[in-house]
Structure formats: C-alpha cells, structure tokens
Design a protein around this ligand. Structure first.
Ligand SMILES: NC(=O)c1ccc[n+]([C@@H]2O[C@H](COP(=O)([O-])OP(=O)(O)OC[C@H]3O[C@@H](n4cnc5c(N)ncnc54)[C@H](O)[C@@H]3O)[C@@H](O)[C@H]2O)c1
Length: 278
C-alpha cells in the first residue's frame, strides 16, 4: 500500500545497489527512476545519507549496512532482499582502488565480496533480472599465469587473496596487481556464472569503465603517473562522467539488454584499443 505523503512505490520492482560512494550514488539515482532501491554499504551513515537523498528527490529508497566480505553479513542482506520480494536489478559498484588499500583488502572487497553477493542473491533474482558488476579497464591490461587463473576460479574462498599472493612472484604482489586481478576475476566470474543465472531466466554481466571522473578517480590521479598516461592516450580525450556509466548500467538492467549475459561491456572511450595497438 502506498503511504500518503511519501514517495513509496510498492508497485515497482527492486534494484539493489552495492556501494554508496560516488558512482554508486549516480547509479542509484538512475535506477531509482524505475525501481525501488536498496542502498547497501559497509558504512551505515553513507547508506543512510544516500537513501535519504534519493527519497528527497522522489525515489523509493531504503538503506542496509552490509560488509560484503563477511558471508554472514551478505546472507542477512539476501534475507532482506527476499523479504522485499526479490530483485530485478543488482548493481555491484563497491570497490577499493589501488591507492586506497593493501593487496588483501582489494582482493577481498573487489572480488571475494562480489562473488559472495552474487551467489547469495541469485535465489532472489526475479525472472528477467540482471546483475551488473562494475569491473575496470584494468581487467583488460593483465594476462594472468595458469596458477593465478586457477586461484581466480574459486573467488568465494576467504583465502583467495593469500592464495593469489602465493601464486605471484615477490615483485608482483602490489596493490595495482591486486586491483587488475580482482577486476579480471569479475570478468571470469560473469562468464562462468552466466549458465547458472540463465537457469533462472536471469543475466549477469560485467561493465569495465576506463577513466571515470569520480572522487575515487581524482584520488588515484593525484598518486598515479600511470593514470595520467592513460588519460593522454584515451581517444575521446576526456574522462567518462558517472552519469554516462549509470546510463549504461540502466541499459544493461533493462529489457533492451535482454540477450546480454556472461560478457563484459567496455566503456572506455576507446582506450583499450589504443593500448592493444591494433
Ligand atoms: N574512478 C575510476 O576511474 C574507475 C575506473 C574504473 C572502475 N572503477 C570502479 O568503479 C567503482 C567506484 O565506485 P565509487 O566511485 O562509488 O567508489 P567510492 O570509493 O566512492 O565508493 C566505494 C564504496 O564501497 C564501499 N565499500 C568498501 N568496502 C566495502 C565492503 N566491504 N562492504 C560494503 N561496501 C564497501 C565504501 O564504503 C564506499 O562507499 C569501483 O568498483 C571502482 O573499481 C572506477
């Protein structure tokens, strides 16, 4: 029942947005035009604040605090989604950038967290639902060894980060490598899981942005000369806006993308092509 004086839309299907940071907020704002929203973050204040902003703008949004690296926390999230009747859209945006954290934390949040979330929420997927995992162009700039590939095939394991370190050489155990491999792992996860999601009539797809103008992106620019080089080599000669990425997420979540699953969508202004030198 719609409550008078509120923007509740019980007739709309649910979209779950994991990560209430810069890009997460832009995605929530866009999906919130046609969905009820569940705004999820480890930081309760952030989730509360973004849900409140969405409601102030006329959206139907509720916050949930969840640590995606803790299986029991993710199962509680799945229970919450089930109580709300399941979901039509899942946008997994939460992630740590290379300058923000150490090797283990990056792998745990970016890869193991995403694997736990997609596995726990699959039983709540409505027919026609879509999960969109935000990966990165960085996934396209690494070629893992067979030993590393083997570890990436089992991303739910709490020891994934440790096992990855063991499979890498000493000098490769950097935060930048953790970021590349965690995002590479997301692309493989989507390819592998497409079958299981398809059995429910649902889709799972990754989206790899190039350089996006976000607070996280600006933080990286200030610390990484490599990032500046990537900027100079982007054919469209600018960063992507969060609004543009949110638009692609909305497309992938919609029926217009009803046959897109188990693949990656690059939104990089042509940068990956330049880097390959084709
Ligand atoms: N900015 C860029 O140029 C760029 C490029 C490619 C990909 N990306 C990706 O886009 C996403 C950036 O999103 P953003 O701008 O919203 O980042 P952000 O740093 O603003 O937000 C990330 C959010 O994730 C949350 N989070 C961290 N650990 C968590 C956990 N364990 N459980 C639940 N939530 C957790 C944080 O609290 C934060 O609110 C990341 O996945 C990043 O890798 C960014």
């Amino acid at each position: 029942m719609h409550e008078l004086g509120t923007s509740e839309r019980p007739d709309w299907s649910l979209a779950v947005v994991i990560g209430a940071g810069g890009l997460g907020t832009a995605v929530a704002r866009r999906l919130g035009q046609q969905h009820r929203l569940l705004i999820v973050d480890i930081d309760k204040d952030k989730a509360d604040e973004v849900a409140r902003r969405m409601r102030d703008e006329g959206g139907d949004a509720e916050p949930v605090d969840c640590d995606i690296t803790r299986p029991e926390s993710v199962l509680e999230l799945a229970e919450e989604v089930k109580r709300r009747g399941g979901f039509a859209g899942l946008a997994h945006v939460a992630g740590l950038s290379p300058s923000a954290a150490d090797f283990e934390s990056i792998v745990r949040v970016n890869l193991t967290g995403a694997a736990l979330v997609t596995r726990a929420l699959l039983p709540c997927a409505e027919p026609g639902a879509a999960a969109i995992l935000i990966a990165s162009l960085a996934a396209h700039t690494v070629t893992p060894s067979a030993a590393v590939e083997a570890v990436l095939r089992d991303p739910h394991d709490a020891r994934t980060a440790t096992r990855l370190k063991e499979a890498l050489g000493e000098e490769e155990r950097t935060s930048a490598m953790a970021y590349q491999l965690s995002k590479y792992g997301l692309l493989s996860l989507c390819r592998r899981e497409a079958w299981t999601w398809g059995q429910r009539g649902a889709r799972i797809v990754s989206l790899s942005p190039g350089l996006i103008a976000t607070p996280m992106g600006a933080f990286e620019f200030a610390r990484s000369p490599v990032k500046h080089d990537l900027y100079v080599r982007t054919p469209l000669a600018r960063e992507c806006t969060m609004i543009e990425i949110a638009g692609v997420v909305a497309f992938l979540a919609s029926d217009q993308a009803s046959f897109i699953s188990g693949t990656d969508i690059l939104v990089d202004g042509g940068l990956a092509g330049t880097l390959r030198g084709d």
